[in-house]
Design a protein around this ligand. Structure first.
Ligand SMILES: *Cc1c(COP(=O)(O)O)cnc(C)c1O
Length: 359
């Protein structure tokens, strides 16, 4: 069997080592005679997996004692609602930076709960860039500033955290979670659906600062929707398979040398691809250069027929998942942590060949 060069935007490629390790122990986890997904979430096997995943995540990001880690369900889309439900009351304001489709969805939900101020929007520029700090027109009275660190659909990424003058950041980090170190001091809360960069669909990782959590509503909202409910305890059955796979992905990141090394690797991977796009004007990058994503590389060709041919021929050569998001068209190569440099090299070789045939 030949594994695909997988450029899917999500669910996305996972490290081969992780998949093989899960396969090898799938029928008999730790000599229990059962699969990990057949065992009680309160039994010793799963409790140990859960503990390890928290500990490894904490070590990788350097969370120390300041943060709580929650393993929830419902995806990032659920957090679009849960964040404002907990942290934004009627009459209060939250600032939401608008850099794409996912930002807009988060904004829509926040408006159900309180006032939303937009300090910056790249919508008039078709979401081709993220803001510089001096462009942010913050409200100055926000409970938090929300941003989408990587814009999966449009192929832009914040090169660093926006400067908020001390207001806690809330981040939808779904598509670049664990792709680089974070400037933790700036964050109140980080959430990420696992299926882009960290594991299978079904797990949503939430990291929340303890001092920020103190401001979260409790008692007057439904129990399961309150962050407090999930701290230090399994309120209900967690997504056990997701956490189990996440734990293995964390081992893999550690073995690669941690987040700094992963960041270096991601930079080199993205550079290979952007260099090829920039070589001439056969391929056209869709975003401003200093806003370019290291995770989702978006580009266009001369016309839609040529793009169709590109995707079809690539697919026939085992380069999968390159079609751009249905809302924007073009080509998108998602090259998350687990996408190996060999896959990018194969794509670049194909791009050269396609250009010489069609250019
Ligand atoms: C994929 C994605 C989402 C949506 O995630 P779900 O798990 O499907 O809810 C939200 N935000 C970003 C940045 C994403 O990439």
């Amino acid at each position: 069997m030949k594994r695909a060069h997988n450029f899917s935007a999500g669910p996305a490629a996972l490290p081969l080592d992780v998949l093989q390790s899960a396969r090898d122990e799938f029928l008999n986890y730790g000599n229990s005679g059962s699969s990990i997904i057949e065992l009680s979430h309160r039994g010793k096997e799963y409790v140990e997996v859960d503990r390890q995943a928290r500990e490894k995540l904490s070590t990788l990001l350097g969370l120390g004692d300041d943060f709580e880690v929650l393993f929830l369900q419902g995806g990032a889309s659920h957090q679009f609602m849960m964040v404002p439900f907990n942290f934004l009351r009627k009459g209060q304001t939250a600032d939401y930076i608008n850099t794409g489709t996912w930002s807009k969805k988060a904004i829509k939900e926040a408006k159900f709960f309180g006032d939303v101020h937009i300090p910056f929007s790249s919508e008039p520029q078709q979401f081709t860039r993220v803001p510089e700090d001096h462009e942010l027109e913050l409200s100055g009275k926000a409970e938090y500033v929300h941003f989408t660190s990587n814009n999966t659909i449009f192929g832009t990424e914040f090169p660093k955290e926006p400067e908020t003058g001390g207001t806690p950041l809330v981040c939808d980090a779904s598509s670049d979670f664990l792709s680089r170190p974070l400037d933790l001091d700036k964050y109140g809360l980080i959430y990420a659906g696992a299926q882009k960069n960290a594991g299978p669909a079904g797990l949503t990782v939430v990291i929340v600062r303890k001092s920020f959590l103190k401001k979260a509503r409790t008692g007057d909202i439904p129990t399961i929707l309150s962050y407090h409910t999930h701290v230090g305890t399994m309120f209900n059955t967690p997504p056990v398979f997701g956490v189990y796979m996440f734990n293995k992905v964390l081992d893999w990141i550690e073995a690669k040398g941690g987040l700094k090394a992963i960041q270096q690797r991601n930079r080199q991977k993205a550079e290979l691809l952007y260099n090829e796009i920039d070589a001439d004007d056969f391929y056209k990058g869709t975003t401003e250069k200093n806003s370019r994503s290291l995770m989702n590389v978006t580009f266009r060709l001369g016309d839609e027929e040529l793009e169709k041919a590109f995707v079809a021929e690539a697919d026939a050569q085992n380069l999968k998942g390159l079609k751009g998001h249905r809302s924007v068209g073009g080509i998108r190569a998602s090259i998350y942590n687990a996408c190996e440099p060999e896959s990018i090299e194969a794509l670049v070789a194909f791009m050269k060949e396609f250009r010489s045939k069609n250019g």
